[in-house]
Structure formats: structure tokens, C-alpha cells
Ligand binder design. Sequence first.
Ligand SMILES: C[S@@+](CC[C@H](N)C(=O)[O-])C[C@H]1O[C@@H](n2cnc3c(N)ncnc32)[C@H](O)[C@@H]1O
Length: 243
Amino acid sequence: MGFLDIANRNHLALGLEQSGSTVVSYADVQLVTGVSNGYDVAKLEYRIAAMNWRDQFRKPQGFLGSIAGWIMANRPSNRARNRWTINLLQLKPTDHVLEIGCGPGVALYQAGLQTPKGQVTGLDHSDIMVKQAQRRNPGTTIIKGDLASIKGQLFDKIFSINVIQFVPDFSLFYRQIAQLLRKDGIVVTTYQPRHQHAKRQNAIDTGQKIASVMENIGFASITQLELALQPIPAITVIGCKSP
Ligand SMILES: C[S@@+](CC[C@H](N)C(=O)[O-])C[C@H]1O[C@@H](n2cnc3c(N)ncnc32)[C@H](O)[C@@H]1O
């Protein structure tokens, strides 16, 4: 554990973004106010504990979690894969839509614009992401938890963007989704590898694994697509709940 003085939050955000989801030993930030260089200004002192930065994208927490949320909402590749995924959903104005792992709620906002007579619901297990998504989508239902937290509701469309890499059991995940989908409902999963040394093949392998699990569960019309993105392409797998 060490200490780091940082007077400029933008600088910190930039440094973290450049690191992407690689292992950076920064976390658990503690803000202490004081006087710096004789000026009556706030001195920001951060206590840094060794931790994997990737965890801040798996479950954002604290100050670093809010930076992770900012990155998710603003990084060009995140915004591009959000738009791409929403287009693939082919939303109807009356659709009921669930986003799993909605993060700061950018895609949820786009889905809401296209479903004026329907309903969108966001789901995220991070307190800080629920808050950011709610701020961006006032009046929208944002549920804190995981798929098991959703009871007694059925959806026309369910989607997730860069959540699947944190799911330990794909089979359980898609079985839970099948239970929450209406007959003929659609599930769309997008994944862009962001880890250190990520390659296009990682995206393709994950897409194939998803497709195979969905096929075993009984989803129909399974389609895999690729979106050219920097630094690594994203894959999307689409499937329809069989009647
Ligand atoms: C890498 S972020 C992606 C956020 C957003 N979908 C995007 O692409 O910008 C992953 C998000 O999924 C959430 N998450 C991860 N696993 C989850 C789970 N099992 N249930 C609910 N939320 C989950 C995290 O808290 C985080 O907000």
C-alpha cells in the first residue's frame, strides 16, 4: 500500500483510460483535504491499495468506480458498441426491454428513446452504476442486483454489453434469460475484449462459446456478427427464444 498525491482528477482519468482494463495496482481511493504549496486549496491525497483495475469494470465501487462509469459512458468504443447493439435489437415502440449490467445507463437511454409506449429496465449489481444510470434515466426502473433479482416480469428483448466476460456460468446465465423472455423474445449479447493483450480471436472464441451454450438451451435463429472497432473488434450473438 502506498500514497499518491493527485491534484488533477482529469489526469487520473486519462491515465486509467490509457491502461484500459489491464492490471493497474490502484484502488480504494481515500480523499483527504488539506493545504498544498502554501495555497488555500484542497490537497487531494489518495491512498492506493494494490488491486486489479479490472474489478472496477466488473463491479464499480467508490471513487475509482465512478471514474470507471465515466469511461464507460464516454469512451468512443463503448459508445459505438452501444449504438450497434441497440440497432440490432430492432426495437418496437411497445417493447419491454431489459439491459443486464447497464453500467452508467447510456444504452438504456437510447433504448428508452425507441420504446415510448413500452418499458426499459436496467439491472446492475453496483450501487454506483445504479446511481449513475438513474441520473441519466430519471423515471426508468433500475434494479440493483443480478438476474435472480428479477421476478414476475417478462421481456421482449434482453441485452448485455461487455458483461459476459464476468459471468462464471454461461449456461445458467442463458437459462435465466430464457425464463425472463416472452415467446419469440430476442437476446443480444455484445462483447469487446478489453483486457491486456486482447486479440480478435478472444472475441470470436467467446462468441462461439455463447452460441454453443444458447443452442444447447434451445434458442433458435442464432446469429454471430462482428463490429470493426479499435483496438479490438466486438462480437455480437443474437438468438430467439423458441416457441
Ligand atoms: C464493463 S461494464 C459495461 C457497462 C455497459 N454495459 C457498457 O458497455 O458500457 C460491466 C457492467 O456490468 C455490471 N455487472 C457485471 N456482472 C453483473 C451481474 N452478474 N449482474 C449485474 N450486473 C453486472 C457491472 O457492475 C458493470 O456496471
